[in-house]
Design a protein around this ligand. Structure first.
Ligand code: AMP
Length: 523
């Protein structure tokens, strides 16, 4: 069943809930901020009107550069109601990453936290498209005198000159979500309200049972497509309530689960690993009110899935999602046949095939590349026609993931054609890290690989060739990278190698380096 009633313009969804259940809490955050549906409706309408009054046009792009908080959602709803496009940016991103995203998507406005205000003010001088800044997220940091832009909180409570546009065309681009591609430079994935809401209607509502009476505990980073889908669009579509954690914390999540009141919790496998470890350490794996835990973002090991369910006595449903498909492609159905290590069945209404290198379907049990066609597939990559053409063939999105299906159609992801390193659910493109390492003066050549890590799944490791046989200070390479990359992308280790092996066409043969590292490893 696809809940088509949940697919409607964001403004209409919010108005619908405000009329039916205005006092009901919609979103709450750890800083004590909360919005009922009536408040979300009134404030998002006012904020959209103010953005329009200040010259924001339909189709303009607006970056959200805030930590996880209620203002994040308010900004996102207001941007949609103004007919503009949200560009979520990680609050942990560094200058080069922020600059690239603002420039690539030609942002006309940024909703910025006090921490990033000085940086965005500086970038604004070089980005002519960037006309407006609004200050969001009360994080206790005060901007310098004279630096303070208009406040989102104040505008949202002040009547605006214009009514929100509240566009009816839900097939227009509404989100540009940056994903770490294999080419190094992040790609802006263009998604519509329709593609996002379709996933809610075909996955979270009918399979996980997400509905108005749910109270969701969300530790996911909102800038990522997974959270944007379930923790923002899923709540807005169904009229559920949600508590937003600023970031994942084992102790805080365990305590909230124990205290009860939450019915669903989405997470990534690493989070469930830490929750299981934490619960084992204090002997209290309790989540009395949880109906299901939901996992996506990386391979969920069968043993973790089994042990977690045994410890907490609740189902942990794994699903496979990708930014380019507005997230979910598969999910395990509660109560249905389960095969641990499988990410479940394709969503109803979605065409999924596993093909060999010639594009022919492989037999059940055989490995091939997973390709997907359906209403959740992206519109394309922003400003990247060649990459879009390579990724979308006759409407089929080539995932780059290797998969197998059993005779019952249950899928398992077995590896990646593309070389993304997934560290605790966060994607890292080797090429992006290589670029940063290579900019160190003592480095001649470099290749980055993902190596297995017991808690994080995998972590990036750099193999470098020193320039002119110079002695290289490994720590200085890591600190150099820390200035250019988000912390999670910084190589965990740096190994000196005599050369980086490449194919005739210049592609790094990472498997050779992997073998060399394994041969060096003690024991
Ligand atoms: P992203 O676009 O950041 O959401 O990353 C998508 C990638 O994460 C996919 O192409 C897969 O490689 C991986 N992934 C997501 N969910 C799963 C899952 N349940 N099992 C295995 N890999 C997954």
């Amino acid at each position: 069943m696809i809940r088509t009633d949940l697919i409607a313009p964001i403004g209409e969804l919010v108005r619908r809930h405000a009329a039916r259940r205005g006092h009901k809490p919609a979103f709450e955050d750890a800083g004590g901020a909360a919005l009922s549906y009536a408040e979300l409706d009134a404030r998002s309408a006012a904020l959209a009107g103010h953005l329009q009054d200040r010259g924001l046009r339909a189709g303009d792009t607006v970056a959200i550069l805030l930590p996880n908080c209620v203002d994040w959602v308010l900004a996102c709803v207001a941007i949609a109601r103004a007919g503009a496009v949200s560009v979520p940016i990680s609050h942990d991103a560094v200058e080069a990453e922020i600059r690239y995203r603002l420039e690539d998507s030609r942002c006309a406005a940024v909703i910025v936290s006090p921490q990033h205000l000085p940086l965005v003010r500086r970038l604004q001088r070089e980005l002519p498209a960037l006309r407006q800044l609004l200050l969001g997220a009360d994080t206790g940091v005060e901007p310098a005198a004279g630096e303070r832009p208009e406040s989102l909180a104040v505008l949202a409570r002040t009547p605006a000159g214009s009514a929100p546009r509240d566009p009816q065309d839900i097939h227009a681009t509404a989100f540009i979500v940056y994903t770490s591609g294999t080419t190094g430079r992040a790609k802006g994935v263009m998604l519509s309200q329709h593609s996002m809401l379709w996933v809610v209607a075909a996955c979270w509502a009918p399979i996980a049972g997400l509905c108005e009476s749910d109270r969701v505990l969300s530790p996911l980073p909102l800038f990522h497509s997974y959270a944007l889908n379930i923790s923002v669009m899923g709540i807005l579509a169904t009229g559920a309530s949600e508590f937003l954690l600023p970031r994942f914390s084992t102790q805080e999540v365990l305590a909230r689960l124990r205290d009860g009141g939450y019915t669903l919790m989405p997470g990534v496998p690493t989070m469930f690993h830490y929750l299981l470890e934490g619960a084992r350490a204090d002997g209290r794996a309790q989540a009395p009110s949880i109906r299901h835990f939901l996992s996506a973002g990386a391979i969920m090991p069968a043993s973790l899935n089994r042990d977690f369910e045994a410890a907490f006595g609740k189902s942990l449903l794994d699903g496979y999602g990708i930014t380019e498909t507005s997230t979910m492609v598969t999910l395990n159905w509660p109560g249905a046949q389960r095969v641990m290590g499988s990410c479940g069945l394709p969503l109803p209404g979605l065409a999924v095939r596993i093909v060999d290198t010639q594009g022919r379907d492989v037999a059940p049990g055989e490995q091939g590349e997973l390709i997907v066609r359906g209403p959740n597939v992206m519109q394309g990559y922003l400003n990247k026609p060649a990459e879009t053409a390579a990724a979308l063939l006759d409407g089929w999105y080539r995932t780059g993931d290797l998969a197998r299906s059993d005779v019952n159609g249950l899928l398992a992801i077995t590896g990646r054609l593309k070389e993304l390193i997934i560290r605790g659910g966060q994607n890292i493109a080797p090429a992006e890290v290589e670029e940063a390492v290579l900019s160190h003066p003592d480095v001649l050549d470099c290749a980055v690989l993902g190596v297995a890590h017991p808690q994080l799944g995998e972590v990036p490791v750099a193999c470098i060739v020193a320039r002119d046989g110079r002695a290289v200070d490994v720590e200085s390479i890591r600190s150099h990278c820390a200035g250019l990359l988000s912390a999670y992308k910084v190589p965990h280790a740096v190994h000196l190698v005599p050369e980086v092996p490449r194919t005739g066409s210049g592609k790094i043969m990472r498997f050779r380096l992997r073998e060399a590292l394994a041969a060096q490893a003690p024991g």
